[in-house]
Design a protein. Sequence first.
Length: 243
Amino acid sequence: MFTLLKRLALLVVGPVLFLFICIAPRFCEKRRGFRSWYWRLVPRSCGWLLWFLDIRVEISPTAVARMAADENSIFAVNHRSHLDGFALLSNVPAGKWVTFGAKKEFFSNFFVGRGFRAAGLVSIDRARGSDARRHLAEAVAAMPRRRSLILFPEGTRSGEEGLAPLKAGVVLVARETGRSIRPVVISGSDRLLPRNRKMPRPGVIRIDVLESFHCDPEAEVDSDLERLHGEMSRAYAALQAQA
């Protein structure tokens, strides 16, 4: 009965949370300190949404502490389903600021485009790789050290058993800006919300936050990508073994 009541309440609360996340920046962008309080409330909103969906996120105190102490980094996150961003954001500590890179097409959308820009999301033009990377590097270089850009270096939701090959952009931007890479691994979200499913199943998503990854500017980019992929793959396999 309690689960049924939560589902009914979600019909009201879900749209309100969505509107807050996507629309609030349109009306509050010029208020002093807007992004500070907005990015504190977004994780709470994501946590409420997951609670209504009966989705629990398992993350160790060590992983949370790594995010809390993190600075001057780029987050590299594997991508299993549309739940990944909600699960990660719901556990970002209050003192850590993050933002996302989003497809350029979203920024021309009348409903969410202005809100995305006001919230500080970074536009990515996938059709123009070199221009997109330069724009990302410029955006990251202008960010405070405690704010991190979240990238999904697989490029899209992976349908493979393990991690898909990583695209070079995350390493190239890290090298150009002098930032480290903070690998984040998510497991289980694809079982709760597979492709073509509209409503997620209840269940558990597991997240691990790894030690900082430092690029080797003397090595080939492919070498850094291989090392990063190896570290994330081992952590992903460990999370899968807990299921």
